[in-house]
Design a protein around this ligand. Structure first.
Ligand SMILES: C[S@@+](CC[C@H](N)C(=O)[O-])C[C@H]1O[C@@H](n2cnc3c(N)ncnc32)[C@H](O)[C@@H]1O
Length: 274
């Protein structure tokens, strides 16, 4: 028998990451991480010890913690994630903030490529007045997104299978938001770390990583109300390219916003008010 403090220390050493060890043990025990403060001297049973050992091995072999535990925190929610969905990243919260700044009362939002539902659900949670539509071409991802909506009492979010705008042909929105795939298809990172386990259809987007940004930008003006905004996440080195794509559309007021690390992260533009 081993106590919680010792087993956590050993796992943290093996993984080189204390937080990951805590997340995995919290998952096995069905507790939150704060529990460890008061229970460091508790003895772990043999079943829990064996189960934890199995998860630490999976992590040591590279599987992302979020796929092992089946959850990832985003905004103020714990979301279900799985091999069909991208694991939501903290930097994507910037997109949510930019949507909330621009969404008028009772406004309509379209989240293109919703994955686990992260962006759509965060906006719907903050803005009960908003009408939120979320699409993805991955049916398995939509199954997870719908479960997340239910888990957070946000069933009013409308989910649809769609190849970008194909399911919303005649609709217009106040804000279109997307965290599309934007990695160059030859990028070596796709074969490394957590990215190896995530769906490549959620990550890669042609030779320069910008194919989907071009598609979304070119379709936006037909789906925005006058004055409506398009906001897209991209890589830290794609700000200038994203702006020049937007400048070639009939959108205006093109801008790039930076994330907490002062790196280009989101570019956007809006349809003129006629
Ligand atoms: C980078 S992930 C973003 C997921 C989620 N919005 C987030 O931020 O965590 C991109 C998403 O776009 C979806 N996608 C890729 N190509 C698409 C297409 N042509 N039409 C609709 N969705 C697409 C993928 O299935 C994936 O869920």
């Amino acid at each position: 028998m081993t106590d919680v403090r010792t087993i956590l220390r050993q796992a943290a050493e093996a993984l080189g990451d204390r937080l990951e060890a805590e997340l995995l043990l919290a998952h096995v025990l069905g507790v939150n991480r704060a529990w460890f403060f008061a229970h460091a001297d508790d003895e772990l049973g043999t079943d829990a010890t064996a189960a934890f050992g199995g998860l630490v091995r999976r992590r040591a072999e590279g599987e992302p913690v979020a796929y092992i535990t089946g959850t990832r925190d985003f905004w103020s929610m714990t979301l279900e994630v799985g091999p069909a969905t991208l694991i939501p990243r903290p930097e994507t919260e910037l997109l949510v903030e930019l949507v909330l700044e621009r969404l008028p009362a009772g406004g309509r939002v379209l989240d293109l490529g919703t994955g686990s539902g992260a962006i759509a659900l965060a906006v719907a949670k903050e803005r009960p007045d908003a009408s939120v539509t979320a699409v993805d071409f991955s049916e398995p991802a939509l199954v997870v997104a719908r479960r997340n909506a239910e888990r957070h009492g946000l069933q009013r979010v409308r989910f649809a299978a769609s190849n970008w705008y194909s399911a919303v042909v005649d609709e217009r929105f106040d804000v279109i938001v997307s965290n599309p795939p934007y990695i160059e298809s030859s990028d070596a990172h796709l074969g490394q770390g957590d990215l190896r386990f995530e769906p490549s259809s959620a990550l890669a987007s042609g030779a320069d990583g910008l194919d989907d940004i071009r598609r979304i930008a070119s379709g936006a003006s037909a789906h925005l109300v006058d004055g409506g905004w398009l906001l897209m996440e991209h890589g830290w080195n794609q700000g200038q390219a994203a702006r020049s794509i937007l400048e070639r559309t009939d959108l205006m007021d093109v801008f790039t916003a930076q994330d907490l690390e002062a790196r280009d992260r989101v570019s956007g533009a809006r349809l003129a008010v006629r």
